[in-house]
Design a protein around this ligand. Structure first.
Ligand code: SF4
Length: 561
């Protein structure tokens, strides 16, 4: 096995052989020659020429690993978690971390040097969306690496997966992955780097990782971590606000590029978690207690990056909940940044915040009422009254915002057809307010109701809830489409029901579903998989209706303490 593929240039300088306990499949000379023939692909050379680093990684080190994002370059480079972990790995002395992405039909090579992925000692993925799970298997296939962990040996790289999905429910991938890293990069990157540079054999690496907090190693712990300490794997994240000192380095973009969804935008994380605790929200429960980073640290990052960009995006589950949000926005505005907020918690909308955004020309805003009436909002723990919604919408339209996106859901627990009809009533109400303010300003704002199916997620109070019946979801989405289409200045966006079913399945699948994932990776269309494996998928997404008695959830071994 080649842990961290020793860079022969450095090995030579140090007089090391690169051998030792590591068992190279290629001789060192072969690796040397091979490496020096490697070049990034033409497309990647072009993309790399547009990148600007806020912290340049070192390019030489004794150990080389690759960090992947299981989707395209554009999406991966818009992901702050991926960018931050890339920076953390590259700060480790003697370790070089390259990137790779999933691009359908393209060679499985690293972005920076074009090295085949099979040549690395460790491939790590940052996985933040269930729908990308299959892309990991496809990448392994394209790289000529056996996807099943049991079929890999010393000749193959170790496969590590971190990110939100690793700590939400790793079981769907546990037949394929050697190590899951559960928790925050700040806590997990140092021990991974330590293992990579310890010249361990494959088995020693896995054994050692299995002893570390936050690492789930199926071959050591068993598929449900039965052999882990107390049968639990503890997610590694700060558990108290005291652990976030004023010296805490706020996660932010490492590489700016115009070729992302967020073109050249400096992303800064301002908090992790949310106080609201909506019952369907994985992030709120997984990240609790909320950690909010000091305004001074956020503005320091912004000041240092200002020479490189004038666009900033604040990342948080609930941006405007930050106790120093006004100071942060004013500070960024003073630095002449164009500021973007991911979405605003409804109760946090205030005139000073809207004023800062409007002053710099921001025209669009997104809010998440989720349900059409107060009864259902109370049930999901969304503390927003109809009155508050109307009041805040009025403030938004009065400030001249021309687009208001509304995140809504159908299929929520206890929902009735009346609740769905109330989504229409809610949009009609807000539309009336938009027309009223529009008359005064000379332009009526557009409303964009974006309706998703409720998908029950692990680690939330709704984890045992079922996905609503597919025919019901189709009917309700069709009803909403008809109703919204007849309203002027309203643009409806609805989720595909097949997509909802597939996502709900992936969120709760376990090791027994590995064959379905393999079929998906081989290219069987999702619609056909949903049909062929209808009963098995239904047992996952509608556990209450399943014939078999429910056992412990596949993710029940994941603990926060
Ligand atoms: S307000 Fe948003 S981030 Fe907070 S718990 Fe609710 S859905 Fe999650």
């Amino acid at each position: 096995m080649r842990l961290g593929l020793c860079d022969p240039r450095v090995a030579r300088v140090r007089g090391e052989t690169g051998g030792g306990t590591r068992k190279f499949t290629l001789t060192l000379t072969t690796v040397y020659n091979y490496r020096f023939r490697m070049k990034p692909t033409t497309k990647n050379t072009e993309l790399a020429s547009l990148e600007r680093y806020l912290e340049a990684p070192h390019r030489f080190g004794a150990y080389r690993i690759a960090l992947g994002f299981p989707n395209s370059y554009e999406i991966g480079m818009s992901n702050l978690g991926f960018q931050w972990v890339y920076r953390l790995f590259n700060r480790v002395p003697d370790l070089v971390c390259e990137r790779f992405f999933y691009e359908e039909g393209e060679a499985a090579v690293s972005f920076e040097s074009g090295t085949p992925l099979s040549e690395f000692g460790l491939l790590a993925w940052s996985l933040s969306w269930e729908m990308d799970i299959v892309h990991i298997l496809r990448t392994l296939g394209a790289a000529g690496i056996p996807p099943r962990a049991s079929e890999r040996d010393e000749r193959h790289p170790l496969i590590l997966v971190g990110g939100d999905i690793a700590r939400m429910n790793p079981s769907a991938l546990s037949s394929f992955v050697d190590v899951f890293a559960m928790g925050d990069g700040e806590r997990l990157v140092p021990p991974i780097a330590e293992l990579v540079s310890s010249s361990l054999t494959r088995d020693q690496f896995l054994e050692a990782a299995g002893q570390l907090p936050g690492f789930f190693v199926p071959s050591v712990h068993g598929p449900r971590a039965e052999a882990a300490d107390s049968g639990k794997v503890v997610v590694q994240q700060p558990m108290s606000r005291k652990e976030i000192t004023s010296f805490f380095e706020v996660p932010h973009t490492t590489i700016l590029t115009p070729r992302t969804e967020l073109s050249d935008k400096l992303l800064i994380e301002i908090s992790r978690g949310c106080t609201e605790m909506c019952r369907f929200c994985w992030a709120a429960y997984a990240m609790a207690p909320i950690k909010q980073y000091p305004a001074a640290s956020i503005l320091k990052v912004a000041r240092e990056a200002r020479a490189t960009t004038d666009r900033v995006g604040l990342i948080a589950t609930a941006v405007c909940d930050h106790p120093e949000i006004t100071e942060i926005l004013q500070g960024l505005s003073g630095l002449e940044y164009h500021i973007a907020l991911s979405s605003i918690k409804i109760d946090a909308i205030s005139d000073p915040i809207l004023e800062v955004l409007a002053r710099q020309g921001e025209k669009a805003l997104a809010i998440a009422p989720e349900a059409g009436n107060e009864r259902l909002r109370r049930h999901i723990n969304k503390k927003v009254s109809d009155e508050m919604l109307r009041e805040k919408a009025k403030l938004v339209f009065a400030r001249g915002f021309t687009r208001l996106k509304l995140y809504l859901q159908v299929g929520l627990p206890t929902e009735t057809e009346q609740d769905v009809a109330d989504l229409v009533r809610l949009v009609e109400d807000l539309h009336e307010i938009a027309v009223g303010e529009g008359r005064r300003l000379g332009r009526v704002a557009q409303l964009i109701p974006s309706v998703n199916a409720f998908i029950p997620k692990p680690h939330t109070p709704y984890e045992e809830e079922s996905l609503a019946d597919t025919d019901y979801l189709k009917e309700q989405l069709a009803f909403l489409a008809r109703e919204f289409e007849r309203m002027p200045n309203v643009v409806f966006r609805g989720m595909s029901v097949s997509e909802a079913l597939w996502e709900a399945f992936l969120a709760k699948a376990d090791e027994s579903h590995a064959d379905i994932l393999e079929e998906a990776a081989a290219g069987t269309p999702v619609r056909r998989l949903l049909k062929t494996h209808r009963d098995r998928i239904a047992a996952v997404v509608r556990p209450a209706a399943a014939a078999l008695p429910a056992g412990p959830a596949p993710w029940s071994f994941i603990s926060k303490r």
